[in-house]
Write a protein that binds this ligand. Structure first.
Ligand code: LLP
Length: 453
């Protein structure tokens, strides 16, 4: 694992704490976050963009995309490390505010923000609201006027560039729900400028997630800057937000471009495009989530059952089909704590975490305990052939979009989130209890305690 090492005993340790000590103290499944690792990634991304921006005479603000992983402590780390925070619901805003984050350093996203969410954000003094539709211009303007504020806003546009992993796709119009069409940006920007209660900061675009190269960003930036140059004819356009989406390695087959190189390439392409257009370079902003917390997380599970299933492997060409064994190793969580394999066909790896053995590796599939055959955590990887019930296994690179996408499917309780730093583990979010689940059910009457008798 990128963020977990083998200690002297051969056990997997995270920031100096062994997997079995973590499991014993907090139970499994367990989300473990290496605090120093997450924070170092946050600072290095912030610094890389700041340095590249300074080199071309501008600034870069890095927002942490809270949707990847949000707890009060995580929000505090990001704020302390000089990042701004991007939230996309009233709930995420509540966590960032509870963390004591400066509202002026928060941004609010969402393609369907409620009026209550807009009011709350504007009322709290949020730094930026990203407007996602024409309807929202008036809603945000009205809220700001009513609350006696001048609200800074960006306009989210759809550049027609959609990037995923290696490739990007560029069309005139992309068929998705976010943002407004690029050819409507001039009209909407002038609508924004017509309100005294709004201050137009510029365009925003997010082209996708888990992106390995810089070409999609450069193409999108070039398209945005053409429009940005048009907008300059109607007044000030201080900034440009190019979104997040920097990819990480989930398995050794993944080879994302290091963020420092991405920063160099993206900021460089902005500088060249601005020079070509003869316009000043705007203040830049970025919104990474996954690349900050993803590699810093490991999920620990306990193995419960193991079975060898006979599978038929179709023969190649005219060869007859053969039978092979697939070893299903079932763990005590599954798609409720990591939906990504079932939802996106994501790849993960797995390690035996609680002991060392010299048994030969066996090809395994890590399944969860849900009542659904698609409930897979790790599709294919190797574990020592003597893996047995009670073993702990670790699935690395689960810091992003695992806790935040967790569910209570089959009424499983959501796992605890623990931070480990300097050989000490600390609870960030406690494990859910059955009482938490039942308490929301109107038919539930809690058992009376002796004191109630
Ligand atoms: N900004 C905006 C407007 C976004 O929509 C997103 C992610 C980000 C920034 C951060 O992107 P990141 O740097 O984390 O890639 N659940 C999916 C990913 C959904 C991403 C949604 N938007 C997954 O687990 O792969």
């Amino acid at each position: 694992p990128q963020n977990a090492a083998r200690g002297a005993s051969g056990e997997i340790t995270v920031a100096g704490v062994s997997a079995s000590a973590l499991a014993e103290r907090f139970g499994t499944p367990l989300y473990v976050i290496d605090e120093a690792d997450a924070r170092a990634r946050a600072r290095s991304i912030r610094d890389a963009f700041a340095a590249e921006a300074a080199a071309i005479g501008t600034t870069a603000t890095v927002y942490y995309a809270a949707k990847a992983l949000l707890t009060i402590d995580v929000a505090r780390w990001m704020a302390e490390d000089g990042l701004w925070i991007d939230v996309c619901s009233g709930g995420e805003l509540a966590v960032a505010l509870a963390a004591g984050a400066d509202p002026a350093r928060l941004g609010l996203h969402g393609n369907n923000k409620s009026v209550a969410e807009i009011d709350r954000a504007v009322g709290a003094g949020i730094g930026v609201v990203v407007i996602d539709s024409a309807i929202e211009i008036e809603r945000v303007a009205e809220a700001a006027a009513r609350l006696g504020r001048v609200q800074a806003v960006r306009l989210r546009v759809n550049s027609g560039v959609h990037a995923h992993t290696h490739d990007f796709l560029a069309t005139a119009h992309e068929d998705q729900k976010f943002g407004v069409r690029l050819d409507q940006a001039v009209e909407y920007a002038s609508a924004i400028r017509s309100y005294d209660s709004l201050r137009f900061l510029g365009l925003h675009c997010h082209i996708g997630s888990q992106i390995f190269g810089s070409d999609g960003f450069a193409e999108s930036a070039a398209r945005l800057l053409e429009v940005h140059a048009e907008l300059l004819k109607g007044g000030e356009v201080p900034g440009l937000n190019l979104g997040g989406g920097f990819g990480i390695a989930y398995t050794s087959a993944d080879d994302p471009t290091p963020v420092a190189e991405l920063a160099h390439a993206i900021v460089g392409s902005v500088a060249r495009e601005c020079a070509r257009l003869g316009i000043p370079v705007p203040a830049l902003a970025f919104e990474p989530g996954r690349s900050i917390v993803g590699p810093a997380g490991v999920t620990l599970y306990e193995v419960g059952t193991i079975k060898d299933v006979l599978v038929t492997v179709p023969g190649e060409h005219a060869a007859p089909a053969t039978e092979a064994v697939r070893r299903y190793v079932s763990v005590d969580g599954g798609m409720s704590d990591n939906a990504r394999t079932a939802l996106y066909g994501a790849d993960y790896s797995v390690r035996l975490a609680s002991r060392v053995t010299d048994a030969q590796p066996a090809l395994v599939r890590i399944a969860g305990k849900h009542c659904e055959s698609g409930d897979i955590v790790v599709n294919a990887d190797y574990l020592p052939g003597d893996v047995r019930p009670g073993d702990l296994v670790a699935v690395p690179a689960t810091g992003a979009y695992c806790f935040s996408l967790a569910s209570n499917y089959n009424y499983l309780t959501r796992p605890a989130v623990v931070a480990v730093a300097d050989g000490e583990a600390r609870l960030l979010v406690r494990r859910e209890t059955e009482h938490d689940l039942l308490a929301r059910d109107a038919g539930y009457s809690a058992p009376t305690s002796p004191a109630d008798d």
